[in-house]
Every structure is written in C-alpha cells, then in structure tokens.
Design a protein around this ligand. Structure first.
Ligand code: NAP
Ligand code: G4F
Length: 341
C-alpha cells in the first residue's frame, strides 16, 4: 500500500486529492497549519477514514518537513500549500514568497537529503504565464512551450518554485513534476475567488427574493479578464497521474476553452432565471489589481497524449453545480434558522 503526504490538505484541491488517494488504497498524511479554530470542513469525509492521518506542519518550517518525511517515508509528496490568492499577494508579497516559493524549495531540499526519495508533485499555475498580450499582441493559447511572463507576486513566487522543481529534477534526479494547472473551481472553492463569490451571491439573491427582501449589489473588480475554468475533481486526477509516469516532467492541465468573468456572471444568474444581471453588480475600483492577467487558455495536448487525461466537467455544468450547491446549502441553513427560532 502506498503512502502519500499532502501539504495544503485543508484547501480545495487538498480535500479532493485526499479522497482520490484514499479511494486508490493509499494511506494519506494530510498536513495542516496550526489554527486557533478548526478549519477542517472540507476534509470531513477524509477524517472519518482509518487510512487518513491529520498532522500539523508548515512549509515554511524546514525542521517539521524533515521530521515528517523521514518518519513517514512516503512514496509520494504533493505540495499544494500556498498563499494562493493573487489579489492578496499584492498586499502580502513577502508572506506569499515565503510560503509559495520558499516552501517548495524547503520540501525539495528535504527530499534531496533522503535515502529513499519520494516522488514530488508541485502545484504550479497558469498565473505564471501572466500577460501574453504584451508578448504576442493577441489572444493565444498557452502550453508547455509558452514563455512565462508573471504579473503578480504570486505568479513570480510560483515561477520560482516551478524552476526549482526543474532544477532539482535535472541536477539531482529527483522524480519531481510541476503541474501547470489552469483555474479550477468547485463547490469547495474558497469564497474570495471570483467564481465562488458570484455563486454565493446568486444563492443569497435567490433566497432573499423568495423572502421578498432585497440585498446590496455584488461588488466586483475587472469583469473583462478571461479564464480557462475547469472542475477541481478532474484536475486532482491529473496530479496523481503525473506521479505514476515512468519519467518525471511538467504538464499543462486545462480545458482549452476560455470565458470572461461576464460570461460566468451571465451563466450564474441564468440559473435563477435572471437575464439582466448588470443591475445587481457594482464595479469597485479597489478590487482591480495593480497588474492583471487578461487572457488564459491552455492546451493540454501533452496531458491527453501521455496521461490519457481530459476534463469531464464543462463550463456550463461547473457554474450550475456551484450555484445549485450554494442554493441548496443556504436553503438548508435558512430552514435551520427558522427551526431554531
Ligand atoms: P487553497 O484552497 O487556497 O488551499 C491552499 C492550502 O495551502 C490550504 O490548505 C492552506 O491552509 C495551505 N497553506 C497555506 N499556507 C501554508 C503553509 N505556510 N504551510 C502549510 N500549508 C499552508 O488553494 P487550492 O485552490 O486548493 O489550490 C491548491 C494549490 O494549487 C495551491 O498551491 C494553488 O496556488 C495552486 N493552484 C490552484 C489553482 C486553482 O485554480 N485552484 C490553479 C493553479 C494552481 P489553510 O487552510 O490553513 O489556509
Ligand atoms: O478568481 P480569481 O481570484 O482567480 P485568479 O486570479 O485567476 O487566480 C486563481 O487561478 C490561478 C490559476 O491561473 C491560481 F494559480 C490561483 O491560485 C487562483 O486559484 O480571479 C479571476 C479573475 C481575475 O482577473 C480578477 O481580477 O477575476 C477577476 N475579478 C474580478 N472581480 C475578481 C473579482 N477576482 C476576485 N478574486 N474577486 C473579485 O471581486
């Protein structure tokens, strides 16, 4: 039976990946930071499984990484830990660097020192491609050969980590892969990311309308940016597949289709039969970033060819799933409040 360590287990991807690994018979060691109150909501299912162990640690603390990896002697290590919010990275660049770039290097260094070296997955990001307009002057897809041009402290930190993975693979023969994943969302997406912010608002609006109430408009930043959005459940499968190959290498994981924030808004509001969504939206200049990534569209041909991977959930189904989930969970919560009263 294989053993895997998952850094960032309490996050969106960490929770889906743990479930996938458990379903494949792995023993999973999920690493979580010390928090003053529990933040294990997303891993409630994994916590009920005998083969799942939750352990405390932090990617900025090399000693804790050293002890855990040497004690567990895992077959695979997945580094999903990051300060993953691009907007926040402009406000907290040093923290973003320490966690997102240095954290990856810390794990690689421990792996380098080990006798039985585990395979390593690094959560690289399409944010590393950054602004492709200024490079190519138009809308162009991105793949493993595209030049990187990051536009945020987050993108810069992810690129440093990505290059570290390549360097340690080439220099020391470590089995390390960088999965360049394009945006992927889900019912478990953090609430400050744009898709979940919108699905939660649509749900609130639905229930407020049912109750004959109105709610304040939704404040958003740049609506013109385009993203290649997939579902996280599909994407964690690609992470696992990368570590099952004979040779370590990097892969782009994407749907190949791109949509603007406006497209997402339209689709989400249509789920509650509202076509005129603009009267519910307000542009807040403070939510616009000092530098933006205007266009992302990935081509995952290599992943299709070598991993036999392709996404199953398309854009429309993704939006519908997110909105319906929020409406249903908010509905349960409303009923709960009524009962308590
Ligand atoms: P997420 O929900 O924000 O999860 C990030 C995880 O990292 C959380 O479990 C967080 O713990 C943990 N973490 C933060 N700082 C840490 C530290 N110092 N030590 C240990 N753990 C720490 O992100 P996600 O959407 O699941 O994404 C997973 C990874 O893929 C991230 O590295 C992200 O940058 C990258 N990525 C994501 C996407 C996407 O579209 N989702 C695309 C490309 C790449 P807490 O719960 O305690 O905060
Ligand atoms: O949802 P977002 O914050 O995701 P972003 O910046 O694309 O980053 C996500 O995907 C990356 C992969 O490309 C990951 F590496 C990263 O960890 C993260 O998961 O913003 C998407 C777009 C941006 O153009 C942003 O400017 O939506 C725009 N936006 C407009 N209004 C907003 C808002 N973004 C957020 N978060 N909040 C808004 O109110």
């Amino acid at each position: 039976m294989k053993k895997a360590i998952v850094y960032g287990v309490t996050g969106q991807d960490g929770s889906y990946l743990s479930e996938l690994l458990l379903s494949k018979g792995y023993t999973v060691y999920g690493v979580t930071r010390r928090t003053s109150t529990p933040n294990t909501l997303r891993i409630n299912y994994s916590l009920t499984q005998k083969q799942f162990h939750l352990t405390q640690g932090d990617v900025t603390d090399s000693g804790s990484i050293y002890r855990l990896l040497n004690e567990v002697q895992p077959d695979e290590v997945y580094n999903l830990a990051a300060q993953s919010h691009v907007g926040t990275s402009f406000e907290q660049p040093s923290l973003t660097w320490n966690v997102t770039a240095q954290g990856c290097m810390n794990i690689l260094e421990v792996i380098r020192s080990m006798g039985n070296r585990p395979r390593f997955y690094q959560a690289s990001s399409s944010e590393m491609f950054g602004d492709q307009y200024s490079l190519y002057g138009g809308e162009k897809y991105q793949d493993e050969h595209t030049k990187f041009n990051p536009q945020s402290p987050y993108g810069v930190a992810k690129l440093a980590a990505h290059h570290s993975v390549r360097l340690y693979r080439d220099s020391y023969g470590i089995f390390a892969c960088g999965g360049i994943l394009f945006n992927h969302e889900s019912e478990r997406r953090g609430e400050s990311f744009v898709t979940r912010k919108i699905s939660r608002y649509v749900s609130d609006l639905h229930w407020a309308t049912q109750a004959g109430r109105s709610i304040p408009n939704l404040k958003l930043g740049n609506l013109a940016a385009k993203r290649d959005w997939g579902h996280a459940e599909d994407y964690v499968e690609a992470m696992w597949l990368m570590l099952q190959q004979e040779e370590p290498m990097d892969f782009v994981i994407a749907t190949g289709k791109t949509y603007s924030i406006e497209d997402y808004l339209k689709e989400a509001f249509q789920c509650i039969n509202i076509n005129e969504y603009t009267r519910h939206i307000e542009i807040d200049e403070k939510l616009k970033r000092p530098s933006e990534v205007p266009y992302l569209r990935g081509l995952a041909h290599k992943a299709k060819r070598r991993l036999n991977w392709k996404p199953k959930i398309d854009f429309k189904s993704l939006v519908k799933r997110m909105v319906q989930y929020d409406i249903q969970s908010c509905g349960r919560c409303n009923k709960g409040i009524k009962k308590a009263q």
